[in-house]
Design a protein around this ligand. Sequence first.
Ligand code: C5P
Length: 223
Amino acid sequence: HIEQDLSGQHWVITAGPTMEAIDPVRFISNHSSGKMGYALAKAAIARGAKVTLISGPVQIAPPAGATIIAVKSADEMLAACEQSMTTQADVFIGAAAVADFKMKVASNQKMKKQSDTEEVTLTLVKNPDIIATLAKHKRAKTIVGFAAETQNVIEYAKSKLERKGLDIIIANDVSRSDIGFNQDENQVTVITQDATWLPDKAAKSELATQLVAFIQQHIKSAL
Ligand code: C5P
C-alpha cells in the first residue's frame, strides 16, 4: 500500500526526444529513450497525483493512468505544456531532451538530391527553452529540470538552476556509459537553492520513486 499523499495534485511531465522536421521525410532528433520521464510519471501516479505526460516519440509503453499528449517538435511540446497548465499545475518536471535547434524553414516538399552538389547547408535556429518559458510564467508551483553534463556537473547544473528559474535541478553525468541515456539505471545529483543530495545509483524506476518523494518533501518544507 502506497500512501496517496499526492491526491489532488496535478503534475505535468515532459519526456523523450523532440523531433524537428527537415522536410516531410527527414528530421533532427536524439537518442533519449523517455525512460526517466515515464518512470517519474508512474511514481507520481502511484502516490495519487493526476499526471499529464507530454511525450516526444518513444518506443516504451505509457504508464497506466497518465493523460498522454504525444508531440513531435519542441514548438508542439511547448504549446501542449501551456495548454495543460492554463490552471497552474503543482509540479512541472522537464525530463524531455529537447532539440536545441530546428530548421529555420522546414521544407514542404521532400528536398531533392542534386547530382552536382557535394555539400548542403541547413540553416537552423534556436528552439524555445520550454522549461525556462514555463518558469517565467509560473505555470507550475514547483519546477524541476534535468541537466545532462559531461564535466563540472554540479557547477553547470547550479548555473542552469539560476538561469532558467528552477526550484530543483537533477544533474547527471552523461560521460559515463553505465548510466543515463538509454540505460535502465541512473545516478544523479539533486540540487536546490540550498541543498545538494546524491542518491545511490539505482534503477530508473527506483530512483523515480525517490525523486518524487524528494519533490514532495521540498514542497512541504517550502509551505
Ligand atoms: O539547457 P539544457 O538542455 O541542458 O537544460 C536541460 C533542462 O531544460 C531539461 O529539464 C530540459 O527538459 C529543459 N529544456 C527545455 N527546452 C529546451 C532545452 C532544454 O525545456 N529547449
